[in-house]
Design a protein around this ligand. Structure first.
Ligand code: SF4
Ligand code: SF4
Length: 282
């Protein structure tokens, strides 16, 4: 089957350039700021604030071209939603120059969360025009928070903003999923009603009706979702590690991120929203 042209990386990133990780314009913040472990698909166990031993002096990864071969899924999956280059550029431009690197790493983690929330708001704006005024107001407010000085960002508590945004995201989800179900009966998986945060690890969902499904926070690790239709399915926070999405139609799914796709297993027949791209290792 020919590749879906909308799944091209350049065209996907062009649709939401502000969220694309531009590692070439970043000082490798994620490879230093994060603590990680082999269990999560990183090369070794490392505390936060310590540079990964594979990060070179030029802030490039010496393993970059072989991450997939080495099975470093954590490295492949990570997305910063543009936080890394935003912070790096601000520092290079002399706008923000704190000496304390711990502050910078804390600021990076907070900024990444804010930018992720902006990603979800962008999805909601596309999906629920009836909520546009409220969504736009929160988008403006959140964008303003992303420009606060590093010292402030480092101690910024994202949670209250997350709660506010999540209220609107839930409304969006409800509206979109209800419209998609068109009065169809509630979704049941293996005889049980599908509920938010469902544990569907390794479940065979190939025949499940997932249009408009509430898969918020669902554990879909190694679930088989091949050839499913996920139109208007809410996937926010769903764990898609090793989930099989071969041939699945994910166009029109809600709150899907590149990081989730990077962890799933798909193929040339998987249909993706135009602002997301097919991972190189599929
Ligand atoms: S923080 Fe973002 S831009 Fe920087 S290296 Fe990591 S993924 Fe790339
Ligand atoms: S292996 Fe490469 S991508 Fe992974 S954390 Fe280390 S430097 Fe970063």
């Amino acid at each position: 089957m020919p590749l879906d042209p909308t799944a091209n990386k350049a065209s996907a990133q062009a649709m939401r350039p502000e969220f694309s990780s531009a590692c070439e314009r970043c000082s490798g913040l994620c490879c230093v700021a994060l603590c990680f472990s082999t269990v999560d698909g990183f090369p070794y166990n490392k505390p936060d604030g310590e540079p990964c031993r594979h990060l070179q002096a030029d802030s490039r990864c010496e393993l970059h071209s072989t991450l997939a071969q080495r099975g470093l899924k954590g490295c492949i999956a990570f997305e910063c939603f543009g936080a890394g280059q935003q912070l790096t550029q601000a520092r290079q431009n002399g706008q923000q120059t704190p000496q304390n690197t711990t502050l910078i790493f804390r600021a990076f983690l907070a900024l990444r969360q804010l930018r992720e929330l902006l990603w979800y708001l962008r999805d909601a704006l596309d999906a629920a025009p009836m909520l546009r005024p409220q969504l736009l107001a929160l988008q403006r407010e959140t964008e303003a928070l992303t420009t606060q000085p590093v010292e402030q960002m480092a101690t910024f508590d994202v949670q209250p903003q997350r709660v506010k945004i999540n209220t609107l995201l839930l409304q969006t989800s409800e509206l979109v999923r209800t419209a998609a179900r068109k009065g169809a009966p509630p979704i049941r998986i293996a005889g049980k009603p599908l509920q938010r945060g469902a544990d569907l690890a390794a479940a065979d969902l190939r025949k499940a009706d997932l249009v408009g499904a509430n898969l918020r926070g669902a554990c879909l690790i190694a679930a088989n979702m091949s050839n499913t239709k996920l139109f208007s399915a809410d996937l926010i926070g769903a764990d898609l590690r090793d989930a099989q999405v071969h041939g699945a139609d994910m166009i029109g799914s809600l709150f899907l991120t590149q990081a989730q796709l990077n962890q799933a297993k798909g193929d040339a027949a998987t249909r993706l929203p135009p602002h997301l791209f097919r991972p190189a290792h599929w």
